[in-house]
Design a protein around this ligand. Structure first.
Ligand SMILES: [Fe+2]
Ligand SMILES: [Fe+2]
Length: 250
């Protein structure tokens, strides 16, 4: 619970960044289209989970869940495309990326060889995070009623997903369900740390190379210019070499 409260607090702290992302029309479109991909991929993965689970009740619930996620993908894609068509000005390329992770995190899901307990714990954590984020996004797109209505609709589904995964996890693993949720949160946090470290590494690499460029290049440029001044300009006669073969160009 402490981890969930912390992530909700982080999202509250990051609210100005979320606002900055959603304020710009181009970033809004990109965000919606990125969500469409994540929801559709997540829906496909959960569909696969419905195929492989031995539990008949879970199969039905996974199937309903997958249909919801695929539907979310369609809603986001249609709205993103609509906004894209309506945009008259060209998208600015500066700061057009999404500095924050997507709403769902379902792109991290892996189905093959995964026990239902671990999968349900993972889904519960991902759906809870999605519900929290989509509630923030819904408030931030108040100027855009159709997009707000989509978030409103999707949010209701995410809350259902969050609740059924927890109830089913408690049913199939009554003794260890809390531990499973804790482990899923820890794994999610660890993946975040790794992603952040990779992004930071890339940033530091770029900064270091830029620094090298400005520190190392000027002395070489200065040396080259100084040497160039000593060289005679234009064509220069070369001394005849008696041992040179007649076919040599020198
Ligand atoms: Fe969803
Ligand atoms: Fe969901």
């Amino acid at each position: 619970m402490a981890t969930a409260a912390r992530s909700a607090r982080i999202d509250r702290v990051l609210r100005p960044v979320h606002r900055w992302v959603w304020r710009d029309g181009g970033r809004r479109v990109r965000k919606l289209l990125a969500f469409a991909e994540v929801e559709t991929d997540g829906g496909r993965d959960i569909l696969r989970a419905a195929e492989v689970t031995p539990d008949p009740l879970l199969r039905r619930l996974y199937l309903a869940h997958a249909i919801d996620e695929l539907h979310h993908g369609v809603l986001f894609r249609e709205r993103g495309t609509e906004l894209l068509r309506a945009r008259s000005e060209p998208a600015s390329t500066l700061f057009n990326g999404n500095p924050l992770p997507g709403g769902h995190g379902l792109d991290d899901v892996s189905i093959e060889g995964e026990a239902d307990t671990r999968l349900l714990a993972f889904l519960h954590v991902a759906e809870k995070a999605a519900a929290g984020r989509f509630a923030i996004y819904r408030d931030l797109v108040a100027d855009d009623p159709p997009t707000r209505a989509i978030f409103e609709e999707i949010l209701r589904d995410e809350v259902f997903h969050m609740n059924y995964t927890y109830t089913q996890l408690a049913r199939i693993s009554p003794r260890a369900y809390r531990r499973q949720v804790w482990l899923a949160r820890a794994a999610r946090l660890w993946k975040r740390v790794l992603r952040l470290a990779a992004a930071l590494g890339a940033l530091m690499g770029a900064a270091f190379l830029t620094l090298l460029y400005f520190v190392l290049l000027p002395p070489f440029a200065w040396l080259a210019r100084r040497t160039g001044k000593r060289e005679p300009s234009g064509w220069a006669p070369i001394s005849a070499r008696p041992d040179a073969p007649p076919t040599s160009q020198y």
